[in-house]
Write a protein that binds this ligand. Structure first.
Ligand SMILES: NC(=O)c1ccc[n+]([C@@H]2O[C@H](COP(=O)([O-])OP(=O)(O)OC[C@H]3O[C@@H](n4cnc5c(N)ncnc54)[C@H](O)[C@@H]3O)[C@@H](O)[C@H]2O)c1
Length: 349
């Protein structure tokens, strides 16, 4: 089987993770880097691949079977649509668009062209998440009742460049919490309503630095989530799951706790808590750990993308998922701004 040729568009922080991942993924290889900055061309030269300043030049050169789009949010929809129209599959970073309306236009482009688009919520490809999802779907923990999700991210001051503190593109809800929302939708199903509060008191930017939210799900269950990029603590997926050890440490704590009618499950440690007999809060619960085979979620994501390109699978994280996650973020912001509970149906067309 010949290697699939993949071009990475946007050689910034996450683009470089994809570039590095392609170097370790069987059956796929980096064929080009597209970035208007000199650093992108330099990296392409180092790696011996083609360099282009803009997506149109890549299209003309015809050196990619598929593309990874890792550019700033506002360019996601125009760039992705251009490649879908050229019959080239896309792995698109989150959030899929700058606005929900644009996200819906992208959904239409996917439907119109029939070309695969995978959204880069890479955690879904983590074996820890796959194991947890299986335990939930098997009914091992009973009906999901509650979940608690924590995300304390101590970001250094040089992180806060203009787009990361601007309304519409920045803030930990859109940058970080959207991954937690994706996981909660994966476990519980669609969100019915949200109630939330946000604050910018610690950093003083336009966008929030801290948020606390309650999500109520359509099927059943509720989750509480808190996020802050101004608070110190090891309680966040990024700094506990060990997904990207070159960038982040992995603390030995749990950051998601799912409680069902029969048992409880925490993540990323996959600790499974169950009463020896009938559930009863006066009886000590037994603890065991669910087992899984370790693998790299970025490689798993890339291999899945390869399967999509070869027509062997459907996207694990679809464009609809990407837009639905954005709708929950918008509902949280609306709830925080108005002080009321917001129904997700307010966002349906
Ligand atoms: N999945 C994740 O965990 C994850 C992590 C980080 C970032 N992201 C997402 O990835 C995207 C990029 O984030 P980042 O932190 O890597 O940003 P970044 O600023 O580090 O990198 C963006 C790169 O895109 C280039 N670029 C800008 N416009 C371009 C264009 N029209 N064509 C080609 N290249 C262009 C820039 O020169 C820069 O090199 C954002 O949407 C962000 O939300 C996802």
């Amino acid at each position: 089987m010949t290697d699939l040729k993949i071009a990475v568009i946007g050689a910034g922080v996450i683009g470089r993770t994809h570039i590095e991942t392609l170097g370790r993924t069987e059956g796929m290889r980096l064929s080009a880097i597209v970035d208007p900055m000199e650093a992108g061309a330099r990296l392409a030269e180092e790696l011996g691949v083609a360099a282009f300043r803009e997506p149109g030049d890549l299209l003309e050169a015809g050196v990619a079977d598929a593309v990874v789009v890792a550019t700033p949010n506002e360019s996601h929809v125009p760039i992705s649509t251009r490649f879908l129209d050229a019959n080239i599959p896309v792995l698109l970073e989150k959030p899929v668009a700058n606005t929900i309306e644009e996200g819906r236009q992208l959904e239409e482009a996917v439907a119109r062209t029939g070309v695969p688009l995978l959204v880069g919520h890479h955690r879904r490809h983590n074996p820890i998440i796959k194991t947890a999802k299986k335990a939930i779907d098997n009914g091992d923990i009973g009906d999901l009742v509650t979940a608690v999700v924590n995300s304390t991210l101590t970001k250094p001051s040089d992180y806060f460049v203009a787009w990361r503190i601007a309304q519409g593109t920045g803030g930990p809800l859109l940058i970080n919490m959207i991954h937690e929302i994706d996981l909660l939708r994966h476990m519980f199903g669609e969100v019915e309503s949200v109630q939330a509060m946000t604050s910018n008191a610690k950093r003083g930017f336009q966008v929030e630095d801290t948020a606390a939210c309650v999500l109520q799900f359509k099927r059943s269950g509720m989750a509480t989530m808190s996020v802050s990029d101004a608070a110190c603590g090891p309680w966040a997926w990024d700094v506990s799951a060990g997904e990207n050890l070159k960038r982040f440490p992995a603390h030995d704590v749990f950051v998601h706790a799912y409680a069902g009618t029969r048992a409880g499950l925490s993540l990323p440690d996959l600790a499974f808590w169950k009463h020896p007999g009938t559930p009863d809060w006066t009886v000590k619960m037994d603890k065991s750990n669910l087992t899984y085979e370790e693998s790299d979620c970025y490689i798993n994501q890339m291999l899945h993308f390869g399967d999509l390109i070869r027509g062997k699978a459907e996207p694990l994280v679809s464009c609809r998922d990407g837009v639905a996650n954005m709708e929950v973020v918008e509902a949280i912001k609306l709830s925080a701004n108005t002080g009321r509970r917001v129904l997700l149906s307010e966002f349906s067309v």
